[in-house]
Design a protein around this ligand. Structure first.
Ligand SMILES: [Zn+2]
Ligand SMILES: [Zn+2]
Length: 420
């Protein structure tokens, strides 16, 4: 057997204290805000049949072409670790006939996603998203509601200077003509495009519009704008969304180059950035996908959703917000064998009430137990030796200001509850 030590896989990382407290507070805020908007949690499996992703995200996208963790299971089935959350939720929605309930049906999910990204790009191969999907409303009010929910969540966790970029990429009626005009525009410039975009030119020319390569940015100057090619219905839809964003006071700008990398979007697409990050670093993104439920075999169902990149949100918050680390309410410094036993019982009664109490090692000195209470940043220390036990009371000390007192052993739980 090899004696080598294991490391986490490349692109995967452990999330530990103290960072985990930031993660948890972000997750709590999401649940709180999303619930207020009527969204309920849904937990699809992390692994799906590969087709769930190939047919929804699109064969010619980076995700499907290069980034999926796809395996054959022991039964010879092709399965894939989910690279994004929308397709599994749609699969679940259709499989469980959730469309039979009155619309709109609103769900959120949270958990890990997997993409085989190049490690030098600073992205993780297991990364976390919180996402929300609203099924059954074609109205721009549903799109506005998603953006409003995102704003409440992101500003609620403490992210400053949010910027919303919105776009409409049209529908099946108006997008083909727009694609044609893009193909015509880039026909002269194919040689200036990067290898990826030369391939996209034939398959998915919209994606040339958000390529980050400098030569491609240059080549697309003066390219047709999708917002100039919308059909009447799409135009009215988009204008109504913009009006609602205006009324809601959501700071936004129209970015006709923002097409998003996935095939399933129709009409609205959006991205949210926080001023403190570079422009390409969205903290959340999403859009409308009115045809996806039908493609999964369900009835025609308009839908809109978004996903939040947890790593980016946490990274920004760590820079922007001072987090108080959780600390024990009390530390029991016990001296001697009897006191050690009594300490176990007291701690047990206090913990039953959901209060954090730490117990010292009754066999070690008071000094070393106090050191540990300090390191844990406990708010109160209770001290008991055999003498105090005989008297039926404990000494307490508040570490912030050295206030002191005594409390009956029977009253310790009530005392601590009154402090918490
Ligand atoms: Zn249209
Ligand atoms: Zn390119």
């Amino acid at each position: 057997m090899s004696s080598g030590r294991y490391q986490a896989l490349k692109g995967m990382k452990d999330i530990m204290p103290p960072d985990i407290h930031v993660w948890q507070s972000v997750e709590r805020k999401a649940r709180e805000v999303f619930s207020a908007f009527g969204f309920r949690e849904i937990r699809p499996p992390i692994v799906e049949a590969t087709g769930v992703f190939t047919r929804s995200i699109g064969e010619n996208t980076d995700i499907v072409e290069k980034e999926m963790y796809t395996f054959e299971d022991k039964g010879g089935r092709s399965i894939t670790l989910r690279p994004e959350g929308t397709a599994p939720v749609v699969r679940c929605y259709v499989e469980n006939h959730l469309y039979n309930m009155p619309p709109p049906q609103k769900f959120y999910y949270a958990g890990p996603m997997f993409r085989y990204e190049r490690p030098q790009s600073g992205r993780f191969r297991q990364f976390y998203q919180i996402g929300a999907e609203c099924f059954g409303s074609p109205h721009p009010a549903a799109d506005a509601e998603m953006l409003s929910m995102l704003r409440h969540f992101l500003s609620g966790v403490g992210l400053p200077n949010l910027k919303f970029q919105v776009n409409s990429i049209g529908c099946e009626n108006c997008r083909p003509a727009f694609k044609d005009s893009l193909v015509a525009f880039f026909a002269e410039k194919i040689d200036d495009l990067c290898a990826d975009c030369r391939r996209r030119y034939g398959q998915n020319p919209l994606r040339i519009l958000d390529c980050k390569v400098e030569g491609c940015r240059e080549a697309r100057k003066g390219a047709p704008r999708v917002t100039d090619h919308l059909c009447e219905d799409c135009r009215v839809h988009f204008e109504h969304l913009l009006l609602l964003l205006e009324k809601l006071g959501i700071p936004h700008s129209v970015n006709p180059e923002m097409v998003r990398g996935l095939d399933y979007y129709t009409r609205t697409t959006f991205e949210v950035t926080s001023e403190n990050l570079g422009a390409q670093n969205a903290v959340a993104a999403g859009g409308r996908y009115d045809r996806l439920v039908k493609e999964f075999g369900g009835p025609e169902t308009p839908a809109v959703g978004f996903a939040i990149g947890m790593e980016r949100v946490v990274e920004l918050l760590k820079a922007a917000v001072q987090y108080d680390l959780p600390r024990p309410l009390a530390f029991l410094a016990m001296l001697g064998k009897q006191a050690g036993i009594e300490g176990v019982l007291i701690a047990d009664r206090v913990r039953e009430k959901g209060l954090w109490v730490e117990l010292g090692d009754a066999g070690s000195s008071l000094k070393s137990q106090m050191r540990r209470a300090d390191r844990l940043n406990a708010q109160y220390v209770f001290i008991a030796g055999d003498d105090e036990l005989r008297a039926g009371s404990l000494k307490w000390k508040r570490l912030s200001d050295s206030a002191e007192g005594e409390v009956a052993i029977q009253g310790v739980v009530d005392f601590l509850q009154s402090l918490s």
